[in-house]
Design a protein. Structure first.
Length: 128
């Protein structure tokens, strides 16, 4: 149900879901249906406005672009989780192209630790 808010979950026996009440965001009309299961998808809008002006590239939807070359990366290899700003990484739902699932974010969180260690080791090497 697009443009809809769940406004009530009902059960007569306090044991399992029996009915769901929702409201249209467009018309304000409320409806109640006998439903025993609900799948709820939330968080599709990234909260990335605070990144404005810092050089991190965002896609059209406002998600953080990672793994791409930028003017700041100067042609060096870029980690799949690194943003357009060297040493700044993004994982989870905010990342453009992520699967938007908790398990994916957990895996990316573990992966970024290795990428960060690699970035820091390369930064510590003397320039030739």
């Amino acid at each position: 149900m697009f443009n809809t808010e769940v406004v009530g979950l009902e059960s007569a026996h306090d044991a399992s879901l029996e009915r769901v009440r929702w409201r249209s965001r467009l018309s304000g009309e409320e409806e109640t249906f006998d439903i025993r299961n609900v799948f709820l998808f939330v968080g599709a809008d990234p909260a990335t406005s605070w990144l404005d002006g810092c050089g991190v590239t965002l896609d059209r939807g406002g998600f953080v672009v990672t793994g791409a070359q930028s003017d700041l990366t100067l042609g060096r290899p870029v980690s799949t989780l690194e943003t357009s700003v060297p040493g700044v990484f993004a994982v989870g739902d905010v990342r453009s192209g992520s699967v938007k699932r908790v398990g994916g974010a957990i895996g990316e969180g573990a992966q970024v630790v290795a990428a960060l260690h690699g970035f820091l080791a390369d930064a510590a090497k003397p320039a030739l």
